[in-house]
Design a protein around this ligand. Structure first.
Ligand code: P6P
Length: 351
């Protein structure tokens, strides 16, 4: 009897990034090793940074999995800088991420969705990175067991900079890496580097490693799925209404309407759109003229992932999301991201 061929060529995130280093000029030996403690002492800048990132994901995943068991669901009784009620896990996720970035010794400045001001680590003189993150995006869904995630974006400090928030107020085209984790049935990690592709990893809890399960992810060129909160339709601008109506009520005789899929957790909606295709949108509207989602740690990192997977990402003015420069660290934007052909349609309705 033929024995099911077991994949013995297991590619861990550490091995993958090591091999990537030889391929990408941008991987200057910096954002390469996802270090683990046994790496040699001369671990350079972002080996530790990546270790810190990976450590964050593992520890946040740990708490999310146990949240219901150890009464970690529910409100923390505080609210964050943007007025959202903080969930207990928001606070824990934020503290874990800050501690991981600090302990990496390589992060000079950190912007978190949960912190009004940027956090600086002046004690690390040779830190060369600026990190933006949403430690637990979608946390309003946590108590309902909906998949939430961590979104991150990494910039290199400007030459001579000691690390200031302006090092993050740059267009997505300057990001050296970005990605997100989704804490669903298993912890999925999607990561992309400047000039590189998009690769998906699945956490193997037994090994405690992220294993490459989705190499070189490419978003389908088109797919009849749209993902938007239709509860905001009343506030949408005309072109947005006309675009979504064209999907729901096809003009051509016998045309098949699109399917609607909206989870309300960006990492979950983004992950499905990346895998299946279609469009995810959170348009700016009359209620939120600047949009709802934040540029630094939601729109820009997701735009980098979608572009590097062959898709597109635009803001509500139809500018390429990757070229948008935020004024403030919590600036918001409208966003349309998804299959290449789908975004071309959005542009047509905005002419
Ligand atoms: P709405 C979660 O609060 C979040 O920031 C994203 O994860 C998600 O895409 C969006 O807001 C959902 O917003 O207004 O549809 O509930």
């Amino acid at each position: 009897p033929s024995v099911e061929k077991i994949n013995t060529d297991i590619v861990t995130l550490t091995r993958f990034l090591t091999e990537e280093q030889t391929k990408h000029k941008e991987a200057t030996g910096d954002f390469t090793y996802v270090s683990n403690p046994t790496f040699t002492a001369k671990t350079n800048t972002s080996r530790l940074l990546c270790h810190a990132l990976q450590f964050s994901f593992k520890s946040i995943a740990y708490y999310i999995r146990r949240a219901t068991l150890i009464n970690l669901t529910g409100l923390a009784g505080s609210s964050n800088t943007t007025g959202d009620d903080q969930k207990k896990l928001d606070v824990i996720g934020n503290d874990l991420f800050i501690a991981a970035m600090r302990s990496s010794g390589k992060c000079a400045v950190l912007v978190s969705e949960e912190e009004e001001e940027a956090i600086y680590f002046p004690e690390h003189k040779n830190a060369r990175y600026a990190v933006a993150c949403d430690p637990i995006d979608g946390s309003s869904n946590l108590d309902a067991g909906v998949s939430v995630g961590t979104i991150f974006a990494i910039h290199k400090l400007a030459e001579g900079s000691e690390g200031k928030k302006e090092d993050l107020l740059k267009p997505g085209t300057e990001l050296i890496a970005a990605g997100f984790t989704m804490y669903g049935a298993s912890a999925q990690l999607v990561i992309t580097m400047k000039g590189g592709g998009v690769n998906g990893f699945t956490m193997d809890n037994a090994l405690g490693e992220f294993i490459l399960t989705h190499p070189d992810m490419r978003i389908p060129k088109s797919r009849s799925i749209y993902s938007v909160n239709e509860g905001n339709s009343l506030y949408w601008e005309e072109p947005v209404k006309e675009y979504f109506n064209s999907l729901k009520f096809p003009a051509e005789e016998g045309g098949k309407p699109y399917s609607a899929r909206y989870i309300g957790s960006m990492v979950a909606d983004a992950y499905r759109t990346l895998l299946y295709g279609g469009i995810f949108a959170y348009p700016a509207d009359k209620k939120s003229p600047k949009g709802k989602l934040r540029i630094l740690y939601e729109c820009a990192p997701m735009a980098m992932v979608f572009e590097n997977a062959g898709g597109q990402a635009l803001n509500s003015k139809m500018d390429r999301m990757m070229e948008v420069v935020p004024d403030g660290i919590h600036d918001r934007s409208g966003i349309f991201m998804g299959s290449y052909d789908e975004i071309e349609k959005v542009k047509k309705f905005h002419k």
